[in-house]
Design a protein around this ligand. Structure first.
Ligand SMILES: Cc1cc2nc3c(=O)[nH]c(=O)nc-3n(C[C@H](O)[C@H](O)[C@H](O)COP(=O)(O)OP(=O)(O)OC[C@H]3O[C@@H](n4cnc5c(N)ncnc54)[C@H](O)[C@@H]3O)c2cc1C
Length: 385
């Protein structure tokens, strides 16, 4: 089986990955199938991740974080996603989409107010960009926020928002049109705390996968929040959210690599045991080559996200590399999930097998945080096309 925690990584990263891997196998794996079947949010697993400090990984200690970095978060996501993508996306969205906008763009007061509980994992923030008529083309946002004296009045709707309706969701940050400029819409970001009158969270979606992840449509009807809930500069909301998505793509790529590698690991184990035509099925070259190709996909995608993360940590441009990592990792996860279910034969179609869950879960990795086509658009643009 592959060496999933490469030996050239510095010791502290290797230790973190090994600790998260133990947690994933001992705490997450035993309850995954049940949460998937019942579409229930894994509060006890989230509490365990919180206790380990995973929600605070990339934040400084002064805000209750662990003083680590974005790559540490990626390693944790990879290990979790091998076992359970719903748990991994709960952490990814909580940290990189929920807390990170506050950390990157918040005032000192906003950071002091929100970050300690987000970093502790006792609260979750959500990221409200997508709308019924604004997905890939997120600049088409129709939600509005009008300043009325000391308050913003928010009206509109969002859809498919992760972590937006749990018992511990503290707020959603939403992009909203706050005016017109000579260049078009002025889009800003507003923090809307959970429970604010007029802010409604629809019942959970009936999804194909990521069943234990919390996803809702949201509506805002004359929702009043204080003027100081503006996050970042007025008119910079869209640009700021795009920056968050750029780095979020590295985290999603890491999650997808975990899914791709989880499929390899399960397929190797199964191919060594399952007998057909006088040998274990891995003894048939067609199966061995299929799994070899799966391993190659996972390794190439891992290199791609390591590279993008290294650029991010070095303060260098990383937009193109993040898009490439997201593209190849999302496709690797989906391709490996399809091939792993083939290796498992009829069992691969049974929900009790983890590869079946990966098969349902992985499709969204070619869609969420920018579809495959959006990644290709970004890469093409970076080439001047
Ligand atoms: C489970 C789940 C969780 C999510 N979590 C969040 C969240 O927390 N916050 C959030 O804001 N959003 C979230 N999303 C939304 C997600 O980011 C969007 O679904 C995604 O960006 C695609 O937007 P769309 O669904 O509107 O598809 P569309 O934009 O309508 O795209 C439909 C198809 O057209 C293609 N397409 C569109 N434009 C072009 C073009 N110019 N060239 C070529 N092809 C094109 C797309 O690639 C896609 O294949 C989530 C979605 C899901 C399903």
């Amino acid at each position: 089986m592959s060496e999933a925690i490469p030996s050239e990584l510095p010791e502290e990263y290797r230790e973190l990955a090994a600790t998260v891997r133990d947690f994933a196998e001992q705490v997450v794996a035993p309850v995954s199938a049940q949460h998937d079947r019942e579409h229930s949010f894994p509060y006890e697993v989230v509490a365990g991740m919180a206790e380990m400090g995973l929600f605070g990984l990339p934040f400084p200690e002064e805000y209750g974080g662990m003083g680590g970095d974005y790559f540490a978060l990626c390693l944790a996501l990879e290990e979790l996603a091998k076992v359970d993508q719903s748990v991994a996306i709960t952490l990814e969205a909580g940290v990189s989409l929920g807390a990170m906008p506050i950390f990157r763009f918040g005032t000192e007061e906003q950071k002091q107010r929100w970050l300690p509980s987000l970093a502790a994992g006792t609260a979750l923030g959500a990221f409200g960009l997508t709308e019924p008529d604004a997905g890939s083309d997120a600049g088409r946002t129709r939600t509005t926020a009008r300043l009325d004296g000391p308050e913003w009045v928010v009206n509109g709707s969002k859809q498919f928002i992760t972590n937006s309706g749990t018992d511990i969701t503290a707020f959603v940050t939403v992009t909203a049109v706050t005016g017109e400029t000579e260049r078009g819409k002025e889009i800003s970001t507003i923090i809307v705390p959970s429970g604010t009158p007029g802010f409604d969270v629809a019942p959970p979606y009936d999804k194909v996968g990521w069943n234990a992840s919390d996803t809702h449509a949201l509506s805002f009807q004359d929702v009043r929040v204080p003027a100081e809930n503006l996050l970042g500069e007025r008119g910079r909301g869209y640009a700021n959210f795009l920056r968050i998505l750029d780095e979020g793509r590295i985290a999603i790529a890491a999650l997808a690599v975990g899914a791709a590698q989880g499929c390899v690991d399960d397929a190797v184990r199964y191919a060594k045991e399952r007998q057909a035509f006088g040998t274990h099925i891995g003894g048939h070259q067609a199966i061995a080559f299929k799994i070899a190709r799966m391993e190659a996909r996972a390794q190439v995608a891992r290199r791609a996200y390591y590279h993008a993360a290294a650029l991010l940590l070095a303060g260098k441009p990383f937009k193109q590399e993040a898009a490439i990592a997201k593209l190849v990792a999302g496709e690797a996860a989906m391709d490996n999930a399809r091939d792993a279910t083939q290796v498992f034969g009829g069992n691969g179609f049974m929900n009790e097998y983890r590869v079946a869950r990966h098969y349902r879960d992985s499709k969204i990795l070619e869609v969420g945080e920018g579809t495959t086509e959006v990644q290709l658009m970004l890469i093409a643009r970076s080439l001047g096309l």
